[in-house]
Design a protein around this ligand. Structure first.
Ligand code: 6PG
Length: 488
């Protein structure tokens, strides 16, 4: 049902998508399948033509050859979704389209942009009266077509005009609510998407560690681990990532007949959103050790040179006997995986809360869990419990303080400690499990050795310290008579 475009194109489209690689095409098709008329545009027109030739029967597409035609095809206020590579390409598209737009129109960036870029672009376009909406979109190619989780930032005014369309094409949670909500102003949407990806990295790392332990210590073959994961997926770990991990582990390589996981080079790559999460967390001063370990684990895996140079280093002597059988060990690993997962989500939420306060975004923390229940890569049954925890107490300082999560993690701790100890004894690296446990222990410790760190800082740099029994800053004259003075 595609109409042809001319310079006198009538404004019939409710929404437009420019940038028609797979994500952009699938998003456009999703809108069309939901009965919306979609203007489609790509730098090379052949791609626009191919989309309409192949999928024109799915709904109403208005193919536009030029930027002018594309803009002319859009009803006002114009809603123009940009699906190009994050970075310079986005700026180039904005430069091309902004002069053609009018006040009240919207440019929506659906890529994985850095939230600081989104803030910059939003401020610049706001001066021209154009709304810029940085919208995180999760769920990959399949999600874009059949229902992603959408995290739009930008002004509340833009959401009033855009939200209903996005909610229409978004995934729906089990209770039928759309996995899309207005996250907050300017870069809030892209920030939250970045943290989503950081949590995704942590989840993937924890699952990888569970696999490694079951295989190396438990002696399970990949197919049996796939079965174990399938069982876990019927319980509290029920999630998309556990589900697809079982698929990957059950897969046999066609060419060799070997387990697929054994023919893949063990060097994890990254496009960079996990790294951004950690860099930003450092700037905000939020400890996200689970996410950081996941990023570093990918980095270590990619350092062939270091790994080669260290290959001959000795590991633990002999094969220490596991004190429990393989099945009991697998049950312990499930506990460790779950507890570590709760910790990394707790850290991710702390990061969103901190940024929300810092930038004045006023993000509804429970709503973020609600819109991640479907469509996105970290969709999981337990997100509904995170939603409920924040609904019960919007000021919850950490998920670990929620009674239900605290009880569960507390019950898991013996197994969690046993798994980390076993991993250490066997020489199996579990940075995710270990960092999560260390974070848990650090938070619950009545006293931390940070007091000693403060003493050292005061010793070598006169950096001062605070005391437990008196107000104020103090410095000790270490090289003299060691008398203390109040410095504030
Ligand atoms: C999603 C994904 C998606 C993606 C990233 C991560 O939410 O749909 O997070 O954004 O797969 O590009 O990729 P890397 O692992 O390469 O960083």
């Amino acid at each position: 049902m595609a109409s042809t475009s001319t310079s006198s194109t009538r404004a019939t489209a409710q929404i437009g998508v420019t940038g028609l690689a797979v994500m952009g095409s699938n998003l456009a098709r999703n809108f069309a399948r939901h009965g919306h008329t979609v203007a489609v545009h790509n730098r090379t027109h052949a791609r626009t033509k191919a989309l309409v030739d192949e999928h024109g029967h799915e709904g109403n597409f208005v193919p536009a050859e030029s930027a002018e035609d594309f803009v002319a095809a859009l009803q006002r206020p114009r809603r123009l979704i940009v699906m190009v590579k994050a970075g310079e390409a986005t700026d180039a598209v904005i430069e091309e389209f902004a002069p053609l737009l009018e006040e009240g129109d919207m440019i929506i960036d659906g890529g994985n942009a850095h939230f600081a870029d989104t803030r910059r672009r939003e401020a610049a376009l706001r001066e021209k009266g154009i709304h810029f909406v940085g919208a995180g979109i999760s769920g990959g190619e399949e999600g874009a077509l059949n229902g992603p989780s959408i995290m739009p930032g930008g002004s509340a005014e833009s959401y009033a005009a855009l939200g209903p369309l996005l909610e229409d094409i978004a995934a729906k949670a089990e209770d039928g609510t759309p996995c899309c909500t207005h996250v907050g102003p300017d870069g809030a949407g892209h920030f939250v998407k970045m943290v989503h990806n950081g949590i995704e990295y942590a989840d993937m790392q924890l699952i990888a560690e569970a696999y490694d332990l079951l295989r190396t210590v438990g002696g399970y073959e990949p197919a049996r681990i796939a079965e174990t994961f399938r069982t876990w997926n019927t319980g509290r770990l029920d999630s998309y990532l556990i589900e697809i991990t079982a698929e990957v582990l059950a897969h046999t390589d066609g060419a060799t007949g070997r387990p697929f996981v054994d023919v893949v080079a063990d060097e994890a790559e990254q496009k960079g959103t996990g790294r951004w999460t950690v860099q930003t967390a450092l700037d905000l001063g939020v400890p996200v050790s689970g996410i950081a370990e996941a990023v570093f684990a990918r980095s270590v895996s990619g350092h062939k040179d270091l790994r080669e140079a260290a290959r001959a280093l000795p590991g633990p002597a002999g094969e220490p006997l596991s004190p429990v059988g393989a099945e009991e060990f697998a049950a312990q690993v499930e506990e460790a995986l779950y507890a570590s997962k709760v910790v990394s989500y707790a850290q991710g939420w702390n990061m969103i809360a901190k940024a929300s306060a810092e930038y004045g975004w006023d993000i509804d923390l429970g709503a973020m869990a609600a819109i991640w229940r479907g469509g996105c890569i970290i969709r999981a049954a337990f997100l509904d419990r995170i939603r409920a925890a924040f609904a019960a107490d919007p000021g919850l300082p950490t998920l670990l303080a929620d009674k239900e999560f605290a009880d569960e993690v507390g019950r898991a701790q013996d197994a969690w400690r046993a798994v980390v100890a076993t991993a250490v004894r066997h020489g199996v690296p579990t940075p995710g499990f270990s960092a999560a446990l260390a974070y848990y222990d650090a938070l619950r410790a009545p006293r931390l050795p940070a007091a000693l760190t403060q003493g050292q800082r005061d010793f070598f740099g006169a950096h001062t310290y605070r005391r437990v029994d008196r107000e104020g800053s103090f410095h000790t004259h270490w090289s003299g008579d060691r008398d203390e003075e109040r410095t504030d």
